[in-house]
Design a protein around this ligand. Structure first.
Ligand SMILES: C[S@@+](CC[C@H](N)C(=O)[O-])C[C@H]1O[C@@H](n2cnc3c(N)ncnc32)[C@H](O)[C@@H]1O
Length: 379
């Protein structure tokens, strides 16, 4: 296949290196960083914006660092879980902010706010408190986003100490017949959590959602505490996509007396019930269904503040929000996906809301992920 030499000029929205072919085509290349000069391979009939392959590095980017993990890589059988591990942390943070700016620009939301620097994670390794691993009964590892290939690992540097100990304890018991995948699957999954012991780990059983970086979760909780301290405690509040009550606990702790906590997942709802937080009513509800806002408005008709922290899909059902919650004064939107956030922000703005501020925060070093904390008020 023909090759060409180029310097990576940018990262794509998905976090792949962008290179220009001398004939005018532009390609995306995994495992490269802006400033890398290298030889790339693309077939003659590859169209613009397809992926090209890195063949030989000529001059690495000055932002490159030695890759700390020997299991990470982009070839089949390698772990693709930390795609940005080859770059120093400050350049990762700059590029996370750039991704966010680009996503907002695309939806014409950028002019609304200034975007501060991304709040760095205090730990760049050993930060994760939970992971989902895959196992074939012989090995454990990851299947990275967008891939179907199992990448076994013997260690994982982003796990915190407790989680890593649990991983090694489970690995020492392999191979296990009872962990062999059944029904034609290549692997089964294991949800591991630093609050679990090996006896609490079950095959193909999801644990309730938990923010994956404990230290950064505390930063998010303080942000929420700070914002809600300015709101009268008698105001009716909705905590939408509340999970097991991570943020609900903050609101209840501040003294809010009328909190409606909305969630769909059974185990999360059970944990929230068990916590018996004062001032909280729980509404089990699937937000992907029709008519959800009418249900929410039935239970919290005079809601004045809405806190929402949706999964990656964002707030897909929004129409009812504008129709049923007339008294709403302020929305705090926590997002783990900048594209759906930008889409929802543009829609809120179209419906008379103003994006007052945004704070990006890094929960997952070595990945393109950016978490966003934002505030909307009525115009
Ligand atoms: C990003 S998590 C936030 C959880 C919580 N705020 C926290 O900090 O732990 C999103 C939550 O939305 C819930 N969820 C996902 N899809 C949902 C749906 N269709 N309806 C209601 N809740 C949903 C998930 O179970 C998860 O608990």
């Amino acid at each position: 296949m023909p090759t060409f030499v180029a310097t990576v000029r940018d990262l794509s929205h998905k976090g792949l290196g962008v290179v220009d072919h001398p004939d005018g085509r532009t390609f995306f290349v995994r495992g490269t960083w802006p400033g890398d000069e290298a030889e790339f391979e693309a077939s003659e009939d590859s169209r613009k914006y397809e992926e090209a392959k890195l063949v030989r590095m000529i001059m690495p980017s000055p932002s490159r660092v030695e890759i700390a993990c020997s299991f990470r890589g982009f070839l089949p059988g390698q772990c693709g879980g930390c795609p940005w591990m080859m770059a120093d942390y400050s350049s990762q943070l700059k590029l996370k902010r750039k991704r966010l700016i680009y996503a907002l620009e695309k939806r014409q939301v950028l002019h609304e706010v200034t975007i501060p620097c991304v709040i760095p994670s205090p730990n760049v390794f050993g930060y994760r408190n939970r992971v989902q691993l895959k196992t074939d009964g012989v090995r454990m590892g990851y299947v990275s986003e967008g891939s179907t290939v199992f990448g076994p690992v013997d260690d994982c540097l982003i796990m915190n100490e407790k989680l890593r100990n649990l991983f090694h304890e489970l690995k020492a018991k392999l191979p296990r017949e009872d962990w062999r995948p059944t029904g034609g699957h290549q692997w089964s999954y294991l949800d591991l959590d630093d609050e679990a012991t090996s006896k609490d780990v079950y095959l193909n059983k999801r644990r309730p959602f938990r923010q994956g970086n404990t230290e950064q979760n505390e930063v998010m909780r303080s942000w929420i505490r700070d914002k809600f301290s300015n709101i009268p405690f008698h105001y009716p509040v909705i905590d939408l996509f509340c999970g097991s009550g991570n943020f609900t606990q903050v609101l209840s702790g501040l003294g809010f007396t009328n909190i409606l906590a909305v969630e769909v997942q059974g185990a999360a709802l059970e944990a929230l019930r068990q916590s018996g937080l004062p001032g909280v009513r729980i509404l089990p509800l699937d937000m992907s269904k029709r008519g959800v806002w009418a249900s929410i408005a039935r239970f919290q008709p005079h809601a004045k503040a809405l806190l929402l922290d949706p999964p990656r899909e964002g707030l897909e059902k929004r129409r009812g929000l504008y129709k049923y919650l007339d008294n709403l004064e302020i929305i705090f939107y926590i997002s783990c996906e900048i594209d759906t956030f930008s889409r929802d922000a543009a829609d809120l703005i179209k419906h008379g809301w103003k994006l007052q501020e945004m704070t990006p925060i890094d929960l997952f070093p070595h990945t393109p992920h950016v978490e966003v904390l934002s505030v909307f008020t009525r115009l």
